[in-house]
Design a protein around this ligand. Structure first.
Ligand SMILES: [Zn+2]
Ligand SMILES: [Zn+2]
Length: 276
């Protein structure tokens, strides 16, 4: 597990890897993430503040069902393109970019969707995969194969990755994500010692009892529950350290000493510290 400035790399980019970093932990884990297949990036690592639970659960599901189950005998001997068309047709009702005008009965379509949905990979998992459609296969006695329409032309439609790299990478990523999730501030359980049960916000430790320290507030991020704005703020000194480190990393986060306070206290802290 290599830790660079703001991301952690699980696995080997030249085989299979997941690269991820946390941007904020509030009512959920927010961050940036991508997948590497033989050096090709899938997803957008430069898209910050995305949810990551979709990716974590996607990988969790694949490992739980065991990668060996990612095969169907109807795919035996097929080219990548033929396999793609079967999967895209069954799961998304598409052949390439053309919608399939299918005259099969709805029940059969539904059955095929269920039969092939296990091959669905990355598509719609989280915002960083918005432009990505991929499938994952595990042909018997062969390496795993990732199919993706957005691989570079020189690659074609499919790439092999080793089973062990996939399983180890996915397992450590899921474990890491679960550790981050344990730090989630739960809005339903947050109790302010002064104001009782309120929505939590996050501020640096300096702001809590400080005066005139400056009040830097990024645009609020919204969690799944719009009534729970994920608000945060930090002081001028934290902002200086944050800029020095080009964002939040282990050092700047440690310096800030992120502290949850309630939304009423947040406004009080703002009044005391904001410079007009
Ligand atoms: Zn501070
Ligand atoms: Zn309070």
């Amino acid at each position: 597990m290599e830790q660079s400035n703001e991301t952690i790399l699980f696995g080997d980019r030249a085989d299979f890897a997941i690269e991820a970093g946390v941007d904020a932990i509030t009512s959920q884990v927010w961050g940036h993430l991508c997948v590497w297949c033989r050096g090709v990036m899938l997803g957008d690592l430069n898209d910050p503040h995305c949810g990551m639970a979709g990716a974590a659960n996607g990988f969790r599901k694949i490992i739980a069902n065991s990668v060996e189950s990612l095969w169907d005998e109807s795919l035996n001997g097929l080219s990548d393109l033929d396999a793609w068309n079967i999967l895209d047709g069954a799961i998304y009702g598409m052949h390439g970019d053309v919608e399939v005008a299918d005259d099969k009965p709805a029940e059969q379509l539904h059955e095929e969707m269920l039969r092939y949905s296990k091959f669905d990979f990355l598509t719609g998992w989280d915002e960083m995969f918005d432009d990505c459609k991929a499938f994952i296969l595990c042909p018997p006695n062969k390496p795993m194969r990732i199919l993706c329409r957005t691989f570079p032309e020189s690659v074609g439609l499919g790439l092999d990755i080793s089973r062990s790299a996939f399983v180890e990478t996915a397992t450590s990523f899921v474990k890491w994500f679960d550790e981050q999730s344990e730090r989630i501030v739960d809005g339903r359980n947050f109790v302010c010692p002064i104001h009782g049960k309120r929505w939590p916000t996050l501020v640096c430790k300096h702001l809590v009892n400080g005066e005139g320290l400056g009040f830097i507030e990024p645009e609020p991020m919204h969690g799944p529950d719009e009534s729970a704005p994920d608000r945060s703020a930090w002081c001028d000194e934290c902002n200086r350290v944050r800029n020095e480190h080009r964002g939040w990393n282990e050092v700047s986060i440690a310096f800030a000493g992120v502290t949850p306070i309630c939304d009423i206290c947040f406004e009080a802290v703002r009044k005391k510290n904001q410079r007009v």
